[in-house]
Design a protein around this ligand. Structure first.
Ligand code: PLP
Length: 413
């Protein structure tokens, strides 16, 4: 039975790959009084967050902010750029890519699913769920489309269900080399503000983001970053849209307002998040996540458990998927760890349910919170009878101790 009155002492370890732990600074910013969303104070807030958020997407073009989760922002990207029956090429890298494909089908789009092939002894039924996007497959498919029937290519930047980070610049290049006019739509819901993302430079037409991952905010804001080509496409796209329509929002955003009631307190949070991230410097933010990811992978390697993403060139800076030995239910271990150590880990989703768990290394974290999370994993794995080759906590301690954070080195200099 759920006992809502029971609160374990200390802070809960929210180690899922989003929603991520929210810094106190952001929680405090959110607690400011809600203001008149048509008043002058609000306009100033709106103009500031709309300008600053462009820096995180690395774009000069409009970024649309919705009071919605990432799923809403997925839908917005499709309905603003496409028409019923349009053919779209979507790459299945994992559960979130699969959900986006399902959503596109429900909207009446004709979806073609591209998946990396190959053998995988640990996951023979879904080898593509252990890899990133293969740009060469996209190029080959687009070359076989002389009539340019494919209207958009849809890829997930950081596949949160598996921990695979794909090379979006290479996807752009593949489309260009094939000489194809398809729009490039990128889900960077969990990549944004953890891994480098260059909306303009990489020629992305719509980048989809969410608040609850690298931005370290609670869930509730979805983003569409637009390109001039995407805006042009929206003028002739015929899929029905009203709430999601970019035109009215972009027009009112010029003065810092929205056509409907925006989520004021989440915009306070966004403002604080952007101040924190831009103050730290985006390159430092990315280096911080890379370093945490390397430390966590060191622990998993010491345990000698397989990492879900089998391609080291795609290892995610946001999360690490850990596969459990055959016959060991990863969800039972997650439940045990939650009950005993008040630590939440990400569940295996879809095709990998029960086969793996996910350790998030994003949000309000540091070396010591990550070591504590790894200690919770290690104790839980042992209690569940999983044989570990060596202590992952020890390996991660050595890794963090011998690889000082760049920000620490810079301050000491
Ligand atoms: N895409 C990715 C990569 C995600 O990680 C998520 C959620 O975790 C979604 C889409 C769906 O977003 P939401 O659950 O906020 O609707």
């Amino acid at each position: 039975m759920l006992d809502l009155d029971f609160h374990p002492s200390g802070r809960h370890f929210l180690q899922i790959p989003g929603p991520s732990p929210v810094p106190d600074r952001i929680l405090r910013a959110m607690s400011l009084p809600t203001i008149d969303h048509r008043g002058p104070e609000f306009g100033a807030l709106g103009r500031k967050v709309l300008a600053d958020v462009k820096k995180v997407f690395k774009t000069r073009h409009p970024v649309v902010i919705y009071p919605a989760s990432g799923t809403g922002a997925w839908e917005a990207a499709l309905v603003n750029t496409l028409s019923s029956g349009d053919h779209v090429l979507m790459v299945e890298t994992g559960h979130f890519a699969a959900l986006w494909i399902k959503l596109a089908k429900r909207l009446g789009l004709s979806t073609e699913v591209l998946a990396a092939s190959g053998q995988d002894a640990l996951l023979p039924e879904a080898p593509h769920w252990r890899q990133g996007v293969k740009p060469e497959l996209i190029e080959a498919r687009l070359r076989r489309d002389p009539e340019k029937k494919i209207k958009a290519v849809c890829v997930v930047h950081n596949e949160t269900s598996t921990g695979a980070l794909s090379d979006i610049a290479a996807v752009r290049k593949a489309i260009d080399v094939a000489g194809h006019p398809a729009l490039l739509l990128v889900d960077s819901i969990s990549g944004l503000a953890c891994a480098d993302l260059r909306h303009d430079e990489w020629g992305i037409d719509v980048t989809i983001g969410g608040s609850q991952k690298g931005l370290m905010m609670p869930p509730g804001i979805g983003f569409n970053a637009l390109s001039p080509r995407a805006i042009e496409a929206s003028k002739t796209a015929k899929l029905p849209r009203a709430f999601w329509a970019w035109d009215e929002i972009v027009a009112m955003n010029v003065d810092g307002y929205w056509p409907s009631t925006p989520n004021t307190n989440l915009l306070y949070a966004l403002n604080e998040s952007l101040d924190m991230l831009l103050g730290e410097g985006l390159d430092n933010v990315f280096a911080r996540h890379d370093r945490w990811a390397a430390g966590v992978r060191t622990a998993v390697d010491a345990w000698q458990l397989p990492i879900q993403c089998a391609d080291p060139s795609c290892h995610s800076p946001v999360l690490t998927g850990v596969m459990t030995p055959a016959g060991v239910d990863a969800d039972a271990i997650r439940r045990l760890i939650h009950e005993r150590f008040d630590l939440s880990l990400g569940t295996g989703l879809g095709k990998v349910k029960g086969r793996m768990f996910r350790i998030g290394h994003l949000g309000d974290s540091n070396d010591l919170t990550l070591l504590a999370a790894l200690a919770g994993c290690e104790m839980g794995l042992k209690l569940a009878g999983v044989r570990l080759a060596a202590s992952g906590v020890q390996a991660a301690m050595e890794h963090f101790a011998s690889h000082a954070a760049p920000s620490v080195i810079a301050r000491a200099a």
